[in-house]
Write a protein that binds this ligand. Structure first.
Ligand code: B12
Ligand code: SF4
Ligand code: SF4
Length: 418
């Protein structure tokens, strides 16, 4: 897109804007707000283009404390750049902060047997694409209505911008203790984007709202990831472990992950502000491969080839975890379900090419600990050559022995053929 500068001179303004202008800035702002809603956003607020100094310091402190460990791309230089809108768009004057709700009518029901749960935001089509498309047509439409090029850059999640900091300063919402941005109308079920522009717009004030004395999210987070109000330790968060972690899920985290196989919504599901959340006006289309209740069949996930995985999840946020990640998560969920019906799928997973999937399948079999599960672990130990997987199998056998003894009293180990 051609970039330019808009000089806000009322006399030179095009008639569509000038005509209904008692006050130029106010009118331009309401034009922008209503047009953003028309382009498919639920919330629109404006903030200035000055630095996010406090947020930068908070983010740098989080990195230093090791609380962003595991995200190698979340670097100090990225934070410094993202916290300074002038770095993102030289000459920036305003940031148009946008919120798009992804709340669906179906929600929190516990998955049936053999099923794993996907966080709500991934039950709709990849929001990056939807929001960027809507933002692009928003900026193009603005240029047309203002009859001048508008210098603008837009961000959703994957850019250096501190999305929540911009949303909070613009009054789009306020920081909840879970670190999620809460909004009055849509709760925290909003995805955030920003258009950084050289348009001079009147900033909105931040909201005066806070969480008050509530600590529900901190208490109910199963992993203790919200280590203090407004501080999430990335590595303890189920969302990180099931989406971003490219390696082994730490042993101590696995039982805490429950049946989440992509993301986690617990700190949002328990939040009282979310009880009154409105549904979106123009919803993001559903991700049919996931379904509105976000329940996926774990055995089916384990059986997917690379090509089948792509075909099924292309265009959804699930792609972020990659096939191996999703299969690793499916193993953990099956292990936590302790559902004997999951054993055949896990036994097949013990033979897959990827050591990470084999290792997590071994762990799950050790949790289920039926004679068939133990037998398959013993059998695969004989042929396994990867030291990491061998370690997982040995640990699983130890665990399964303890579980079996727990189940059967002191009756000894099951009779197992080698
Ligand atoms: C890295 C990241 C993650 C990481 C780390 C999360 C984290 N809390 O930092 C992981 C993978 C765990 C993650 C998980 C999730 N994420 Co995420 N994630 C991001 C990303 C890319 C960067 C976040 C970041 O800058 N973190 C750094 C820390 C320092 O920032 P922060 O936690 O917001 O901390 C601020 C406050 O604590 C505040 N602060 C500090 N002290 C104090 C004190 C007081 C009194 C106050 C008021 C504030 C305050 O200052 C800090 C800096 O602004 C953003 C997109 C982006 N580009 O911004 C999405 C983003 C934050 N994620 C998002 C979502 C939807 C999620 C999940 C809900 C997904 C899911 N269902 O699984 C979970 C929620 C988990 C949680 N409780 O945070 C949305 C959040 C939307 C919203 N309404 O808030 C974002 C904005 C993406 C988007 N564009 O919509 N995410
Ligand atoms: S997303 Fe889940 S694990 Fe992460 S902070 Fe929220 S409740 Fe805790
Ligand atoms: S659960 Fe309570 S403390 Fe946590 S974000 Fe919601 S209102 Fe704030």
């Amino acid at each position: 897109m051609e970039r330019g500068r808009l000089i806000l001179d009322i006399n030179s303004m095009p008639s569509p804007v000038k005509n209904h202008l008692p006050d130029a800035m106010q009118d331009l702002k309401s034009h922008i707000t209503s047009y953003a809603i028309q382009c498919g956003f639920d919330l629109v607020r404006i903030t200035g283009a000055d630095e996010f100094a406090e947020d930068r310091e908070a983010a740098l402190a989080r990195i230093k404390a090791g609380q962003m460990d595991g995200l190698p791309w979340f670097t100090e230089s990225r934070v410094r750049r993202g916290a300074d809108p002038q770095e993102l768009l030289p000459g920036a004057r305003s940031i148009i902060c946008l919120g798009l709700s992804y709340l669906g009518p179906d929600g929190t029901e516990a998955p049936g047997p053999g099923k794993g749960k996907v966080a709500r935001y991934a039950r709709v089509k990849d929001y990056h694409r939807t929001m960027k498309r809507r933002m692009k047509s928003f900026v193009r439409g603005l240029e047309e209505s203002l009859e001048t090029p508008v210098a603008a850059r837009w961000y959703v999640d994957d850019g250096p911008m501190l999305d929540r900091a911009a949303a909070a300063r613009s009054g789009l919402g306020w920081f909840g203790k879970s670190t999620n941005i809460l909004t009055q109308s849509h709760g925290s079920w909003v995805l955030l984007g920003q258009v950084v522009t050289d348009l001079e717009l009147e900033p909105d004030p931040p909201l005066k709202k806070t969480c008050g004395t509530c600590v529900r999210c901190i208490v109910d987070c199963p992993t203790g990831a919200i280590v203090a109000p407004f501080v999430v330790d990335n590595a303890r968060c189920i969302s990180y472990q099931t989406i971003e972690n490219r390696g082994v899920i730490p042993l101590e985290m696995r039982p805490l992950i429950g049946d989440w196989i992509f993301g986690c919504d617990i700190c949002q599901d328990v939040c009282p502000v979310n009880r009154k959340a409105d549904l979106p006006l123009q919803p993001i289309p559903a991700a049919e491969a996931v379904g509105p209740s976000g329940q996926l069949d774990l055995a089916e996930i384990l059986a997917l080839t690379e090509e089948e995985f792509r075909r099924r999840f292309q265009g959804t946020s699930i792609m972020r975890a990659k096939r191996v990640g999703l299969q690793k998560n499916a193993c953990v969920a099956l292990g936590n379900n302790r559902d004997e019906a999951g054993v055949p799928a896990l036994v097949s997973a013990l033979e897959t090419v990827e050591p990470l999937v084999r290792g997590h399948a071994a762990w799950a079999l050790g949790q289920i600990a039926t004679p068939e599960a133990i037998k398959s672990l013993k059998r695969s130990l004989k042929s396994e050559s990867d030291p990491y997987v061998q370690e997982e199998i040995n640990a699983a056998l130890l665990e399964s022995r303890q579980r079996f003894l727990g189940k059967e009293g002191l009756g000894g180990e099951p009779e197992l053929a080698p």
